[in-house]
Design a protein around this ligand. Structure first.
Ligand code: NAD
Ligand code: UDP
Length: 315
């Protein structure tokens, strides 16, 4: 197939490009480099089946005939989407519409990268796909949450009204090599702080929970979903749940760091608990993650060390 990956120069998108090339497809990566980096796809520069298109997907574009559109373009870390609020709303709305139009034009299948943030600060735990969420529509995080909820709505509308063959993946916190070192997410912050011997900054009292999925498990789940005939949203994440304080301790253990923990204020509307119910993915796709947090962090250690050296060298 000839496949389009928007946001393909980002963290998950670049791993998805690798996986799709590995399956024998040709890949066009469309990215405006707002939060992504050419380094993430530098290893593909001599790959004849890979093409990079510098493109803001919020403007209409046509990359020629494709058989599959994977729409991953959007700022994703809280620091990034709070800095680029309008661009985030545009990526979820205009960007999703342009990508769906492209899929409709070429009769291509379409997969939307959605998020566990659609559940907001959830009142049901763990989160099943049938839960509609608890989202502050006007708070600071709404630029991301509501953009993704709109993206899901327009994806379902293109499926219902325009007969586009669509899928929606709700991605839960994912980490691994190529996670941007300075994007403020908890894993990148803690790994950087631990390796530099700085205090680990735990927001609030650290009792809030997250469930962390290693990127190769996440991409395997996304690919499995892309081949299934399911149109309603599907959670893909690792259900092993950690408090943020436990996460800090695992990072200290894996890095062998003697950094201390420093408590800082909790950001507004920070979800108190998050854990995917993956029964649907298990049943539908025969998929489940198998890399636990300690193993995944060990597998990411060399990447984080070299990313820190690169910032040190001003790269
Ligand atoms: P990322 O910031 O590393 O990647 C996003 C990519 O999209 C970047 O390369 C960026 O330059 C590009 N982009 C942003 N706006 C664009 C635009 N208008 N036009 C073209 N390109 C644009 O983030 P990521 O973690 O790889 O996230 C990828 C996708 O997965 C996002 O849609 C995100 O919402 C979703 N997601 C990620 C996580 C996670 O834990 N990483 C969790 C839930 C959902
Ligand atoms: N967090 C933290 N210290 C940090 C960065 C994040 O305690 O240096 C917390 C944050 O408040 C949230 C959790 O870790 O409760 C996950 O944050 P992240 O930004 O990675 O993603 P989120 O799941 O909130 O989108």
């Amino acid at each position: 197939m000839r496949v389009l990956v928007t946001g393909g120069a980002g963290f998950i998108g670049s791993h998805l490009c690798d996986a799709l090339l590995g399956e024998g497809h040709s890949v066009i990566c469309a990215d405006n480099l707002l939060t992504g980096r050419m380094e993430n796809i530098a290893h593909l520069s001599h790959e004849p089946r890979f093409e990079f298109l510098q493109q803001n997907v919020c403007r209409p574009f046509d990359c020629g005939k494709v058989e599959y559109v994977f729409h991953f373009a959007s700022p994703a870390s809280p620091d990034d989407y709070l800095e680029h609020g309008i661009e985030t709303l545009q990526a979820g709305s205009l960007g999703s519409m342009n990508c769906l139009e492209l899929a409709r034009k070429y009769n291509a299948r379409f997969l939307l990268a959605s998020t566990s943030e659609c559940y907001g600060d959830p009142l049901e735990h763990p989160q099943e796909e049938t839960y509609w969420g608890h989202v502050n529509p006007v708070g600071p995080r709404s630029v991301y949450d509501e953009a993704k909820r709109f993206a899901e709505a327009i994806t379902m509308a293109y499926h219902r009204y325009r007969k586009v063959d669509t899928r929606i993946v709700r991605i839960f916190n994912t980490y691994g090599p190529r996670l941007q070192i300075n994007d403020g997410r908890v894993i990148s912050n803690f790994m950087k702080q631990a390796l530099l011997g700085e205090d680990l900054t735990v927001y609030g009292d650290g009792s809030q929970t997250r469930s962390f999925c290693y990127v190769s498990d996440e991409v395997a789940g996304i690919l499995a979903l892309s081949k299934a005939g399911e149109h309603d949203p599907t959670n893909i994440g690792n259900p092993a749940e950690f408090t943020i304080l436990e996460c800090a301790q695992v990072v200290l253990e894996v890095t062998g760091s003697s950094s201390k923990i420093r408590f800082e204020p909790l950001p507004q509307d920070d979800p108190k608990q998050r854990c995917p119910d993956i029964s649907k993915a298990k049943q539908l796709l025969g998929w489940e993650p198998f890399i636990d947090l300690r193993a995944g962090l060990r597998m990411s250690l060399d990447y984080f060390k070299s990313a820190i050296q690169a910032i040190g060298a001003g790269a």
